[in-house]
Design a protein. Structure first.
Length: 328
């Protein structure tokens, strides 16, 4: 099975509202999505897309039935064609998400962690007909020090489900704005579409051989509220960890309030209570106050909201505006 050579800088996929690191929203490039879609639909008439809205959008008119499970309701704005498929579940996969029917194939792009991939595989096999196919993303060996052994664990589980084909560096991702902002904050120029991953294909999937899905700590934006300001998406932790004496305060090491990493291994992520789709962050001590400000700013410009903020709270409100710098 051949996946065309990785390409692509020009990407016609719409990414507004902006993608968010908290939801692990790295999207395939347009060329990758089309290449993978051609491979999948060559042999499948019904496809379950799990965390792969670019694939669901691309194949919507090529299959008899397309299903999508995704955590972000913003997919409807990014991909208007999804409205036509009718089978879209907006939910975290860690929750119970029943699908309408079994499919010939499933395409999965889980977070790049062993427990998440095993959980997603276990979920997907319940909704694939016997003899169907599974396509999933496998992170590269250099992702982190433990990646090699984790990949072996994942591939061993995959081999229990059917015949495994492993294609290295087959998939390319568009670099999202939050990652570009993190790189720019430390002086790195735009790297283009540099992030690649392997494709694993399982064919002749056997009737579901259940394994106990591992507990996962990656629950997306569970425990966060979402606020959309123009194209920008702001996540606010419902139970923040900041000093109650400070409405807002900086996250240590953030450069002009930009978190200079998108890695989960960065310990500073534990301090983040407010996080934008441009990787700007802050600690929050008074959640209700900040939530009220975000609700106002979602419908009114800064100039209209600022005059009603008390003198005592104005420094914190001005900090919020700096964190939201560049909002359209």
């Amino acid at each position: 099975m051949t996946i065309p050579e990785r390409i692509s800088k020009s990407d016609p996929f719409r990414t507004t509202p902006e993608l968010h690191a908290l939801l692990y929203e790295w999207y395939f490039t347009y060329d990758t999505a089309n290449s993978l879609a051609r491979v999948v639909t060559a042999e499948a008439r019904s496809v379950a897309c799990i965390g792969t809205p670019t694939i669901a959008s691309t194949i919507a008119d090529r299959t008899e039935r397309t299903l999508l499970v995704d955590a972000d309701p913003g997919v409807f704005q990014r991909f208007p064609t999804l409205a036509s498929i009718g089978n879209v579940s907006i939910a975290e996969l860690a929750q119970s998400v029943p699908l309408a029917a079994s499919s010939d194939a499933a395409v999965l792009d889980p977070p790049w962690y062993v427990n998440d991939i095993l959980r997603w595989l276990s979920f997907a096999t319940k909704y694939i007909r016997p003899g169907g196919s599974l396509y999933f993303v496998l992170f590269p060996e250099l992702t982190r020090p433990s990646a090699r052994s984790e990949r072996q664990t994942i591939l061993a589980h995959a081999s229990r489900l059917g015949k495994v084909e492993h294609i290295e560096s087959a998939l390319t991702y568009s670099t999202p704005l939050f990652e570009l902002e993190a790189l720019a904050a430390v002086g790195c120029p735009d790297p283009g579409d540099w992030r690649a991953a392997d494709l694993v294909i399982i064919t002749d999937v056997a009737p579901h051989k259940a394994w106990q899905p591992p507990v996962t700590t990656h629950l997306g934006d569970k425990g966060w509220s979402t606020h959309v300001l123009g194209e920008q998406v702001v996540k606010l932790k419902t139970s923040p960890n900041g000093d109650p004496g400070d409405i807002l305060s900086p996250v240590r090491g953030a450069v002009d309030n930009v978190l200079t990493s998108v890695s989960e291994r960065d310990a500073r992520r534990q301090e983040v209570d407010l996080w934008t789709s441009r990787n700007r962050v802050a600690r929050v001590g008074q959640q209700k106050v900040v939530e009220g400000w975000l609700e106002r700013l979602a419908s009114s410009p800064y100039e209209a909201v600022a005059p009603v903020i008390s003198r005592e709270d104005r420094p914190a409100f001005d900090m919020l505006q700096r964190v939201l710098a560049g909002a359209k």
